[in-house]
Design a protein around this ligand. Structure first.
Ligand SMILES: Cc1ncc(COP(=O)(O)O)c(C=O)c1O
Length: 392
């Protein structure tokens, strides 16, 4: 068939077949512990839902501005100033998007020409690579080895650089590793980007989930704002994954291009959803709700670390994440492909996980386990995983 050939280059994640298998097992009545999802186990706070309901009743059911409502753009600017210490002009430097994934899509659309090189750490979230490829970029993976805290050695950035390099994609705290580099490292990366005239696309959707120092936004360095495109959303931080609302914060010229792409594809994000998002970003009680979710993830993180000390497995090694809500468990001692590990743990121990190879070649030998699940499931699931590994 005469199709867009570019899609032949887009890797269909092995996790699709795995999640089909998980669903089939569930449908057959099998009791499973699902530690594969990247979706908070908390529901959206009822007061956010009430704002959306009222907005619908008040007639906010028509088209809205493609760039987003001024009310929400102002709320985003206030959030960026409050949390990241960076000033953005809501009139020209912020666009409301259909979640973080759409903000990333618009960011790439706005700056990429076919054949441009994009530098992307490996491992990283599959969409980061797939989107670059879909948009006819050339994605160059930069190894981020476990031995270096899942952060690329600086030489690796230099080695990956070509005359066609256009952008660096960052995602800290990271999905799947939870890595979060030091300020010094990020400053060095900004200097590198400046020297080589690279854009930095920074996916900060896990920015509110950290277990030590609060992450510093990529835009919060001297002179960084002019070359940084911030991708963020309310999905993870406010438990609003199904609402599909996020934002792109970037220089005016980038937003102008993103606006053309958004206007001609989705028209706008539903205005009643934008009303609720503005409330979520600014209401003081809701900020406490986010802090409470962070505390719950921190508690589960401690639970896994504590269990790993208790169980003393030499087959599953635990690297404590610094942020986000995942553990990237190190199964390399088993010398088994991560897809096989996940398939067997699913069938034999009844726990759903994601193979590390779904995040890039450097993820091979690792498995992603979420802690966005109840304390009971995290504890029981982790015990089953270790028990399975010890039986190998
Ligand atoms: C790193 C990263 N970025 C972006 C997203 C997309 O989130 P959303 O589109 O729901 O904001 C995800 C979702 O899992 C993610 O892990």
């Amino acid at each position: 068939m005469n199709l867009n050939q570019q899609f032949e280059l887009v890797r269909q994640s092995p996790t699709v077949s795995l999640s089909d298998r998980i669903n089939a097992l569930k449908a057959s009545g099998r009791q499973l512990i699902g530690l594969q999802v990247g979706d908070p186990d908390f529901n959206t706070h009822p007061s956010i839902i009430n704002v959306a309901l009222k907005a619908m009743q008040d007639g906010l059911t028509h088209y809205g501005p493609a760039i987003g409502t001024m009310e929400l753009r102002q709320a985003i600017a206030a959030k960026l100033l409050r949390d990241e210490g960076v000033t953005y002009d809501p009139a020209s430097e912020i666009m409301v998007t259909h979640g973080g994934i759409h903000a990333y899509y618009l960011a790439m659309q706005a700056i990429l020409n076919p054949g441009d090189d994009i530098l992307l750490p490996d491992p990283s979230w599959g969409t980061h690579e797939n989107m670059g490829t879909m948009l006819r970029g050339n994605v160059i993976r930069v190894p981020a080895p476990a031995e270096n805290g899942f952060i690329p050695h600086f030489d690796s950035w230099l080695n990956a650089l070509t005359p066609k390099s256009k952008a660096i994609v960052l995602n800290y705290p990271s999905n799947p590793t939870g890595a979060n580099p030091s300020r010094e490292y990020l400053q060095k990366l900004q200097d590198f980007a400046k020297e080589h005239k690279l854009w930095i696309i920074s996916d900060e959707v896990y920015g509110s989930m950290y277990y030590g120092e609060r992450p510093t936004s990529a835009a919060a360095f001297d002179g960084a704002k002019e070359r940084t495109l911030i991708v963020n959303s309310l999905s993870k931080s406010y438990a609003m994954t199904g609402w599909r609302v996020g934002f792109l914060a970037a220089p005016k010229a980038v937003i102008e291009n993103a606006l053309k792409a958004g206007q001609n594809s989705i028209t706008c994000v539903a205005p009643f959803i934008q009303k609720a998002a503005a409330f979520a970003l600014t209401d003081p009680v809701i900020q406490d709700v986010t802090a409470n979710m962070r505390a719950a993830y921190a508690r589960r993180r401690d639970l896994v670390i504590h269990l790993s000390h208790e169980l003393e497995s030499e087959k599953v090694l635990v690297i404590p994440p610094q942020g986000a809500f995942y553990f990237f468990l190190d199964f390399r001692p088993l010398k088994m492909a991560s897809i096989e590990i996940c398939e067997r743990i699913l069938e034999e121990a009844g726990v759903g996980l994601i193979p590390g190879s779904a995040f890039g070649a450097e993820g091979e030998g690792f498995v992603r386990m979420t802690i966005a699940s109840s304390d009971e499931d995290v504890e029981a699931g982790f015990r089953k995983i270790v028990e399975w590994a010890e039986g190998q």
